[in-house]
Design a protein around this ligand. Sequence first.
Ligand code: ATP
Ligand code: MG
Length: 303
Amino acid sequence: MTKNEPTTHGAVLPDTPVQDEDGPIVELRGAGKSYGNIRALHGVSLAVHPGKVTCVLGDNGAGKSTLIKIISGLHQHTEGDFLVDGRQVRFSTPREALDKGIATVYQDLAVVPLMPVWRNFFLGSEITKGPWPVRRLDIDTMKKTADAELRNMGIVLDDLEQPIGTLSGGQRQCVAIARAVYFGARVLILDEPTAALGVKQSGVVLKYIAAARDKGLGVIFITHNPHHAYMVGDHFSVLRLGTMELNASRDEVSLDELTNHMAGGAELAALKHELAQVRGVDVEELPEAADLTAPVSTPEGAS
Ligand SMILES: Nc1ncnc2c1ncn2[C@@H]1O[C@H](COP(=O)(O)OP(=O)(O)OP(=O)(O)O)[C@@H](O)[C@H]1O
Ligand SMILES: [Mg+2]
């Protein structure tokens, strides 16, 4: 299905390159996006493989959301190439991305807080039974399936009847991840799933990111936090001002280096220099830039 079709001349079309079996599901090659005069993203290359977690890190305004909007079909790239299964694509709607198995879990989850957990699990894709015109919701099947799927991901909730609004932020993220897995996602994009969470809840979400990965999904994990990224990541891309500052696999970068990239070691050094001009700040007492970026406390389960 993903193989090339030769053209009438026997040559391979440039926009249908050969896709080998272990190739990436999603790939960006020198991709970028301009909003009018504003270049939000430029020259970004990224590959998402099945069973691997690709972390995208970057400061505010670095272009992380722009990147996932391209992949999830909300916006179109204005430069470079975007490939799915080795073929050039240009999605017009998120539906098209979803049809290719690309599911996105946004931080402000699209849930109905007062509806039960199982109902939210099937929101927009309800199971029905009976012939028309007496078709009705198959509540029993939906409850059982939601329960089984959540357990399958290792998520045990006391009561699926409770409104999803009563769950913690972390638990809601987990339900969204289990939902994407159930509905056949091949690529799961998570936009800062741990940003608003405490240490313990972040740990729970990281566990399900690993579970989705172990089920063979390609995960794109957007985060500000290099410690969270390093706990589950196979590949790390750091964006700065819309360009890719670092693009390295796990064996090419240590947690310290990643942290330093994220915190902007050079910028911290410059800040220290500036502070030296301010009366009353004893820069000799300040740690070196590299120390400033070292972890203050290590999240649970970190080694
Ligand atoms: N619709 C838009 N129109 C114009 N400029 C935009 C638009 N969306 C984003 N930008 C600009 O593109 C740049 C990257 O923004 P983006 O939202 O991708 O950053 P981000 O890394 O997600 O930041 P944050 O961590 O704050 O969410 C910013 O300078 C932003 O102002
Ligand atoms: Mg953003």
